[in-house]
Ligand binder design. Sequence first.
Ligand SMILES: [Zn+2]
Length: 362
Amino acid sequence: MPRRLFAASGLASLFAVWALVAGYASAQTVQTPKSCQFSDSHFHLTNYIQEGPSAGEVLKLMGDRVCRTTLFGIPLQQEWSYRESGNIAPSYYLEADAPLYYYSFTDAQIALQYRALTPEQQRRVDPMITGFNPADMYAADHVRRVLTLFPGVFTGIGEFSVHKEFVSPKIAGGGASLTDPSLDRLLDFAGQAGLVVILHNDMVRPFTKDAKVRGYFDQLTALYARHPNTTIIWAHAGMGRIVQPVKSEATYLEEILANPAMKNVNFDISWDEVAKYLVATDETSTLAAALINKYPDRFLFGSDVVAPRSPEQYFAVYETYKPLWAKLTPEAREKVLNGNYQRLFDAARVKVRAWEQANARP
Ligand SMILES: [Zn+2]
């Protein structure tokens, strides 16, 4: 190779490396509005029939109040069975007996919504892959395929559910299980690629007596223990619409929080249905705040709002949790509302982009 050409190509590859590093750096230094109040670690752009506002409309709703947000659909679609519902179209899983089925197209929809944003808007958004069946050994392959088809877009997987009240029993073909090797394959892959995982699993079955709490909890902690290198956010810390905090809930959560081998496991404080328990009384919010203040690096706020159309709808959950925010130390409040999001999602972005560079060239 002529010397000058060699020098030029050397320069070119140097420039490529520099561009890559600069790209990572700029991904990390996201410009967020100075007055923003929180980042949203749990946000559904679309509902159970795959409808919702555009990502651009959501950015408008966020305005200067929201620093950054995750962006995901819902992996399940509510079937409209004419035999059951006639002309009354269900839009929520509680509005029909017809099954829910996995709707993988959600990931393409989310990717295209993200790509329609300006680069500046994109830097405030972390799209997540959800359109897979966690009971399928091929779930990990779906995630890999989405990363390959849409490089530069996704930061994590989820929210996906294993055991979820009312939802799991309605899934066509049966629900998932915490002991299924398909879930191990999925979490292994997420760890390899650096993807943040948002997992919904109820703490207990609805209406379960406390003596039976250890059923899911033991399976779940065993699963977490098998994947120490995967960053996991346990959605709503296992609570739900009717899955209320179990007796001594904090003791259970501390089994995870105090275990250095599970420092990869985090919790989101989200969903109006869960807020009704956590800020029910002065005592409940004091108890929740005490745990968060003790482990301030492990909790993230998420709205869990679904397809919002108005600021009132979008900010309601943050407002509902205000009694809890008031009881946090300034340090814990900053971390739960923004700092932990930045730390986890920035780290994931860098890792996933590196994985894509190495593996996902289409
Ligand atoms: Zn959710």
